[in-house]
Design a protein around this ligand. Sequence first.
Ligand code: ATP
Length: 240
Amino acid sequence: DSTTPHLEIDDLHVYYGKAHALQGVSIDVDNGEIFGVIGPNGAGKTTMLNAIAGFLEYDGSIHYDGVDLATVSPRDIVTDGLVYCTEDRDLFPFFTVHENLQMGAQFRDDREAVEEDMRMVYDLFPRLDERRDQEAETMSGGEQQMLAIGRALMSDPDLLMLDEPTLGLAPIIIEDINDAIEKLNQEEGLTILLAEQNSTFALRHAERLALLETGSIELAGSAAEFQDNDYIREAYIGIH
Ligand code: ATP
């Protein structure tokens, strides 16, 4: 059922010591959609994704396909189809492109489907295909980002969380990432939770968005509502 929320975040609070980094965030991500979270540096986007992935303690609740993620280990969150591509990319620097992709499939035992997904990733990012035997650390920033997304895809996600996939990348590479996101959502039916400081990029993809500022959701709505909102236009559009 495409109207059932895939991911339901309710009244999420995260503290770092006394710092109240997330102050009651609630978001529902529907099956099949691209949901964008925008907001400035330090607003709490990464903290939110880290909490969902099971890396942080939190108050409030996070349900994925009806399951309370507080009861699920970070590894099982991945095998249940909720996969996180972090801002730092977390590649294995001395492993080749191909080995990094294989690492993405380490918890899977469906060998044939893994081979198919490997072909899908190489089709999606021909640059990776050309560089199968190159060590990850010697790749450009854009290529590393493609590899990080590719490795996440090798975990067979139903919902992919992407943190700042365009950060620091040249416009021409952003176009490649752009095309990949569109294809994954439209052709593979992948649900995507996209955290981006680059609001223009997020608005291009997301059907619905939330604006996060200093730990709180200040605005939530459709892409059209965001584009028409004076505050969003002034503060967030046109700066990239
Ligand atoms: P960015 O785009 O820079 O990653 P963000 O919106 O993802 O920004 P977070 O990284 O989630 O923001 O940070 C939210 C707030 O929590 C910031 O004030 C940050 O300094 C603080 N914070 C993040 N991680 C820690 C930590 N490990 N210890 C203490 N404070 C932290």
